[in-house]
Design a protein around this ligand. Structure first.
Ligand code: IMP
Ligand code: MG
Length: 194
């Protein structure tokens, strides 16, 4: 097994590596070409859903040579749970004017679809010229609301994943690859405070 495929090498708390750093890098490049094929050389505004989409957004942006503007929206997170409960809330909204602009909304993962639906509705109310969505990961099996992204990096099975921006209780975002968190690590009880 190549070192990068070994869960313990990526992080000892992982049961399985789903995507290596190299696989992500290669897919981000082809995804950028797919996006470029739609927008041509035109300007568009990227709206990144933070914190989860930070790494994906920064890598994807660097593969796109169009003139782009960047803004971020912060949506309430899972906290210390691995399943989304209730309705996501917008904690911090846009600062740029997006009226009559072409907008590309970027998130790390499309799960139940509630987050992208909420933010998509908010953005549409601001009357952009167009709105498209891009997610690195798509967990189709868990969809609760009707929502598909225009650009998808990878379809993944219904497992709780961390790394490359994705967290459990704010941890593991800095892993360069993406893996499945061991079930016994899906609790914050073992963590020392501070
Ligand atoms: P949705 O609203 O259920 O589609 O959830 C989307 C949000 O939930 C994403 O932006 C992530 O922050 C979070 N999320 C969903 N699945 C996972 C996962 O497997 N690991 C980490 N975060 C996740
Ligand atoms: Mg998120």
């Amino acid at each position: 097994m190549p070192a990068s495929k070994s869960p313990a090498v990526l992080h000892p708390d992982l049961a399985e590596v789903l995507l290596t750093e190299g696989q992500i890098r290669a897919r981000v490049k082809t995804l950028a070409q797919e996006i470029k094929a739609v927008y041509g050389d035109g300007e568009f505004t990227i709206i990144s859903l933070i914190n989860g989409a930070v790494m994906f957004t920064s890598d994807l942006m660097r593969e796109i040579d169009n003139p782009v503007r960047l803004d971020c929206i912060r949506v309430s997170s899972y906290g210390t749970k691995t399943k989304s409960i209730g309705t996501p809330q917008i904690i911090h909204s846009l600062t740029l004017d997006i009226a009559k602009r072409d907008v590309l909304l970027i998130d790390d993962i499309l799960d139940t679809g509630k987050t992208l639906k909420l933010v998509g509705d908010l953005v549409r109310d601001l009357k952009p010229a167009s709105l498209r969505t891009c997610v690195l990961l798509d967990k189709k099996a868990r969809r609760e609301v009707e929502m598909e992204a225009d650009f998808v990096g990878f379809e993944i099975p219904d497992k709780f994943v961390v790394g490359y921006g994705l967290d459990f209780a704010e941890r593991y975002r800095n892993l360069p690859g993406i893996g499945v968190l061991k079930p016994e690590k899906q609790t914050t009880q073992a963590w020392a405070s501070g």
